[in-house]
Design a binder for this molecule. Structure first.
Ligand SMILES: C[S@@+](CC[C@H](N)C(=O)[O-])C[C@H]1O[C@@H](n2cnc3c(N)ncnc32)[C@H](O)[C@@H]1O
Length: 442
């Protein structure tokens, strides 16, 4: 498969709700190394600033962009991103390959449109983008940063314009992979093994069990991966798991949203004496979580259950509830740029209702005197402080417990909880709040 064909395929998969990285991985063994690099560069350049490329193309269209077929829209976005952002290959080679792809699908008229528009983008596109860079308009800055406008305005309301512009720029940092290494005495041999694979890795100054790499992709055959000693996980995610282990004293830990079991596995590895029950709605993720726990050799110690946490009953009353809530993922938008464009105001409202429902359920379930850790990988106040505010308003026996987090990457929520700011390539944006359910009603 050629790189340009693969890029079109991946954008089609993304529009069906799939992750770009997974879709790229699916076709990677059908490509040469050069085509793999080309496909991945085009896909990420296109996805990071999709609305910007659309806007540039609209300058040269006489009818609405959205009236074109999906495939043509993808070709235009890939073409504009490639021509303006990627300087290492000839634009006309890209344009003719994209035109051929559209022709192959029998869309002769749209192929002519792609050809005409992308030639104009080649002549004028860079100038249009340079003019936007000079503009002081907030809207242009959001477009250039690849942040959906309604989110940029919500951040502006929360953090103010100056902070929001800094945050938008942080989303241009290229994310790198960090590795959770447990037991941590495996770190030296991992670093050595990575070096043999030409990957630079070094122990993180932030977390004892983390190794940072300067690699974007998941390095296959990591030394220690099959034995469960190494797991790809962002440092913010590791911090959330670590907070659970710091809050635990005794009794059952209930993980309400286990996903693929990444944090569940971390918690169970760090707390060999804790009893853990983990729930997950999705059948596929539940199966992935079971595989993950097997890889870590801890399947015996964790009960994984598939079902809706809004209506479940755990086997006993938990002393600690971990609610790693489903969210917009806005803190991980550097890593998963496709999620930026999947979020709509309506989707956001649905998520907020779900988050409130799950948090209310956590409050009902946790033992008096017990704790809840609420976390999201979102930097949107609606999914964080506002969810907490509503649940706290209905339950006067709940209070915030402070978390042992400090450093330049830590920010206080307003007024509750703590944000991890995505200041470094290994840190996603995260929010966490520990809640104590007091023993007596007040
Ligand atoms: C943020 S992810 C969890 C990530 C996970 N803790 C990890 O570290 O891999 C949220 C998860 O909640 C699940 N979910 C959504 N609604 C749910 C519900 N009502 N009950 C249980 N799980 C739910 C989603 O399928 C998703 O896997």
């Amino acid at each position: 498969m050629r790189g340009i064909e693969a890029a079109l395929y991946v954008l089609t998969e993304v529009s069906k709700g799939r992750f770009a990285s997974e879709s790229l991985r699916k076709v990677s063994d059908r490509m040469t190394e050069g085509d793999r690099i080309l496909a991945s560069s085009l896909v990420y350049a296109a996805l990071r600033r999709q609305t910007l490329w659309k806007k540039v193309c609209e300058n040269f269209l006489r009818f609405p962009f959205d009236s074109l077929s999906w495939c043509t829209r993808h070709a235009l976005v890939i073409g504009a991103a490639g021509i303006i952002e990627l300087r290492h290959f000839a634009p006309m080679v890209l344009v003719s390959a994209l035109v051929d792809e559209i022709k192959k699908r029998g869309l002769e008229k749209e192929a002519r449109i792609v050809n005409a528009v992308l030639h104009r983008v080649e002549e004028r596109g860079k100038f249009i983008v340079d003019e936007m860079k000079k503009s002081s308009s907030f809207q242009d800055k959001a477009l250039l940063g690849g942040i959906p406008l309604f989110v940029a305005y919500q951040w502006k309301d929360t953090w103010g314009q100056a902070e929001t512009l800094k945050l938008i720029n942080l989303f241009r940092i290229r994310p790198y992979a960090s590795l959770r290494v447990l037991p941590k005495d495996h770190i030296p041999s991992l670093v050595k093994g990575l070096k043999q694979d030409h990957i630079y890795g070094w122990p993180s100054p932030l977390l004892e069990c983390s190794v940072r790499t300067a690699s974007f992709a998941f390095p296959p055959n990591l030394p220690g991966f099959n034995e469960g000693k190494v797991t790809v996980q962002s440092e913010s995610s590791m911090l959330a798991g670590e907070m659970v282990t710091r809050l635990w004293k005794d009794g059952l830990i209930l993980d309400m949203c286990a996903g693929r079991g990444i944090k569940t596995g971390q918690i169970a590895t760090l707390l060999p004496h804790a009893k853990i029950e983990a729930w997950e709605l999705s059948k596929g993720r539940c199966a992935a979580a079971r595989r993950e726990l097997k890889r870590l050799s801890i399947s015996q110690r964790v009960i994984i259950r598939q079902g809706d946490s809004l209506s479940m009953s755990p086997q006993s009353t938990p002393n600690l509830v971990f609610l790693d809530a489903p969210c917009s993922g806005s803190g991980t938008w550097s890593r998963h740029p496709e999620s930026r464009w999947a979020l709509t105001k309506e989707k956001m409202e649905e998520l907020v209702q779900l988050q409130k429902g799950l948090l209310r359920k956590a409050v009902d379930l946790v033992a008096p005197g017990g704790l809840i850790l609420y976390s999201t990988c979102s930097l949107l106040r609606q999914e964080n402080e506002q969810v907490i505010a509503e649940v706290l308003a209905d339950n006067h026996n709940l209070i915030e417990m402070s978390l042992p987090l400090s450093g330049r990457h830590v920010r206080k929520g307003r007024p509750w909880g703590t944000y991890i700011w995505p200041l470094l390539p290994w840190l996603d944006g995260f929010y966490m709040m520990a809640i104590l359910k007091r023993n007596q009603e007040v």
